[in-house]
Design a protein around this ligand. Sequence first.
Ligand SMILES: [Cu+2]
Length: 445
Amino acid sequence: MVTKLIILLVIVVGVVAAAQLMRLYELSSKMRKTGEHDITKRENRLNAGLMLIFMFVLFGGFIWLIFKFGWVGRGEAASVHGHELDWLLNLNFFIIIAVFFLTNFLLFWFAFKYVKKPGIPAFYYPHNNKLEMVWTVIPAIVLAVIIIFGLRSWNKVTDAAPDEAIVVELFSKQFDWTARYSGEDNKLGKFDYKLTEDTKNELALMTTASIQLAIENMQSGLTGIDSLEAQLNDRSRIYPPEIRDAKRTDLENKEKLIRLLYQMKAKHDPSIDKWAEDDFIVKDTLYLCKGQEYEFNFRSKDVIHSAYFPHFRAQMNTVPGMTTRFKFTPDKTTEEMRVARGLDEFNYMLYCNKICGGSHYKMKMVIVVLEKDAYDAWANLKMKGKKDASGAWVVEPATFGHTFNKSDEAPVEAAPAPEENEGEGEDEANAEAEGTEGTPVEPAQ
Ligand SMILES: [Cu+2]
């Protein structure tokens, strides 16, 4: 407190002293019979020289920063379109830096060269049409070139992906990423937020079984309609009015929702269940294949996030209620990039680049880019799993259908089914579909 008071006092005294000094200067110039605005030749030349010195310090500092921190500090791009984007960014930088040097040189050089000289009046030069044209048309042309190139590149990375592109969904929520690969059919299963089930169907995928599960949860789950009705009808319980109202509103909303779910069930075509059931979900690491094009579909559960792949030069907002897209082709494996950068620990990363809440900084995912053989082996293991000689699962396939089954603890029933149909992808999917249809009903019995 005392130190603060002293600091305040020093500031006040400083201001008073400065005011007194100004007053002294005014008085002394009056005595010298020159106005305080009259500046001597010496002062003018000093200022002109300082202008030049400032220009050299500014340019020198700029060049020093580029040498110290690198051209733009991004490192080499690891995707096909990334090189094009880097080229475009470099073009922008060249233009900006050239204009920066030119305009700043003119600004400081003119200030130096045309320093006030006694007896030489300022040259009156109010207007020049030619000059106006030059500095309107040239920037317009440069801007048009930048925008046309930029739009072309942007359209390339956001327009529809070819059929060969692997479709991967990136699902964002506070505070992590979940990737869903589209599986063998390369088709992502449909989804609807009303089907969200925190443990069994986090991504709200739409299948006959998941709709049924959602209806059951809504009707007879822990906080379902049955339980709410029982609570409200129980005469032995007395609720404060606001709690009773809250429960009533909750009940009304759930009754509306369950009607929507029944409509969804009636409209649902069971033949598209397999789109979802062969999808597989990964949480920790996103595996990609070098030279393979990927179409990423982005979803968000809660707030706007932004999927940021700095090494692949890609970024896209993930917006609740809509799907955004981006496609790219990795062109360097993680291993190659480690060698190129001389860093054994290097990893590609997916970050969230939108401040989305308290643990925003934690929201990231490692990306591993593999050669085709290694990637195919991994994807096969995920899609089909692996069995030992006795037919027991060594690695279970990580399909959506299986994660669905696993939490119901029914792998015994599910295991023999794919074995009988080995080699026939479609039948396998159907067998799994049957498995998932049966299981969620069991707990209700
Ligand atoms: Cu986020």
